[in-house]
Design a protein around this ligand. Structure first.
Ligand SMILES: NC(=O)c1ccc[n+]([C@@H]2O[C@H](COP(=O)([O-])OP(=O)(O)OC[C@H]3O[C@@H](n4cnc5c(N)ncnc54)[C@H](O)[C@@H]3O)[C@@H](O)[C@H]2O)c1
Ligand SMILES: N[C@H](C(=O)O)[C@H](O)COP(=O)(O)O
Length: 332
């Protein structure tokens, strides 16, 4: 049976609504899953009209309740009818922040209740969430809290490179204080398990240091490598994992190292996402590891500069859907 997937359409002012409609035109998507677009009918109608993209025939009002999703067997829109009278494409707006947050909350709840087999999230504008008074800096933190996951982490994965992050949406000045052996080890274990499943063999893990030259024997930083990262690597090695590090991050991603590495464990957001997006932007998928539900996402943001113009690439969105289909099929 085809899995039913909740696809959140992201911030209405960004490229999310256009991507959601574009992917419905792909048989690789509609032959393999039942996509349920979590969004606003009025927004999707406007985008569809402007870009000549057809809409699914079936529309379920949110007032029907999430239980109505469970009987959907063809592409549909779950219409939130959000108060969005004044927003403009390409402009940050608290109303679009509130709307896009509601889409994600309902998608998570539908997945937790088994009404969908997984969720694929379109890009949100974090500043718009913030303007709407939402406490979460991104999907990952919301997912962790709402699903009550004991432990989870963000991984971006592509054919060429995969990176799992120990810390995510925090200021650089906070990173060192958030590191612990437990947190580094957790990320190693989650990344190793996920990539080994993906590859069908034990994954090779490379762990980056935090400081320049991985601390250079304590010369740089507060010995974070010796205090937190090395003990986590040793613990993982004692569990039988093939693991190297802590590697100086400036050379960890050179081609020879990438050839020997299936997944990198990175201490902070840009340590992993600069190499990943440089090498694989628009092909990679963001997957949240450790959740009780399947969640994937695009590797790009709202691209406000090109919103509603019809020129946004839907490659990452399609990849995210294909990965969610695989994960939902293997977990269900
Ligand atoms: N999954 C998510 O929800 C997600 C992921 C990353 C960033 N964001 C958020 O998106 C907002 C904007 O972030 P940003 O400007 O740093 O990055 P961005 O990815 O939105 O844009 C960076 C550049 O890439 C281009 N681009 C992005 N996606 C594209 C696509 N599919 N096709 C063609 N070109 C594309 C944009 O036009 C822009 O020039 C921020 O609020 C950020 O936090 C959300
Ligand atoms: N860190 C992600 C990126 O840069 O691609 C992005 O902000 C999305 O994060 P969430 O999935 O937590 O919203």
């Amino acid at each position: 049976m085809k899995p039913r997937l909740a696809i959140t359409t992201g911030d209405p002012a960004g490229i999310g609504p256009e991507l959601a409609l574009k992917v419905l035109g792909d048989r690789e998507v509609t032959d393999r899953c039942v996509p349920v677009l979590m969004g606003d009918l009025a927004v999707l109608q406007s985008v569809g009209k402007r870009l000549s993209l057809p809409l699914p025939q079936q529309v379920v009002p949110r007032t029907a309740g999430l239980a109505a999703i469970a009987s959907l067997d063809r592409p549909a829109i779950f219409d939130f009818a959000s108060p969005l009278e004044t927003f403009r494409p390409g402009v940050v707006d608290r109303a679009t922040g509130a709307a896009s947050y509601a889409y994600v909350v309902d998608a998570i709840d539908a997945a937790m209740a088994g009404q969908v087999g997984g969720i694929v999230t379109g890009p949100i504008q974090k500043e718009a969430w913030h303007a709407a008074g939402i406490e979460f800096p991104g999907h990952t933190e919301l997912l962790a809290q709402r699903t009550q996951a004991d432990r989870c982490c963000m991984m971006l994965t592509s054919h060429d490179i995969s990176c799992a992050l120990v810390t995510v949406h925090v200021g650089l000045c906070e990173v060192a204080g958030l590191l612990s052996t437990e947190r580094v080890l957790e990320t190693i274990q989650l990344a190793h398990a996920a990539v080994s499943r993906q590859l069908g063999r034990p994954a090779r893990v490379a762990v980056c240091g935090l400081n320049p030259h991985a601390g250079e024997g304590g010369m740089f930083g507060q010995r974070e490598e010796e205090r937190w990262i090395v003990p986590a690597i040793e613990a993982a090695r004692s569990e039988g994992l093939a693991i190297t590090g802590p590697l100086p991050a400036d050379t960890a991603f050179v081609p020879a190292m990438r050839g020997q590495t299936d997944v990198y464990v990175c201490m902070y957001h840009d340590q992993g996402l600069i190499p990943l997006k440089t090498l694989a932007f628009d092909e990679a998928v963001n997957v949240t590891l450790g959740l009780p539900i399947v969640r994937t996402s695009v590797d790009h943001g709202t691209a406000l500069d090109i919103a509603w113009q019809g020129i946004a690439s839907d490659t990452s969105m399609k990849q995210a859907i294909q990965m969610a289909i695989r994960l939902a099929s293997s977990s269900g």
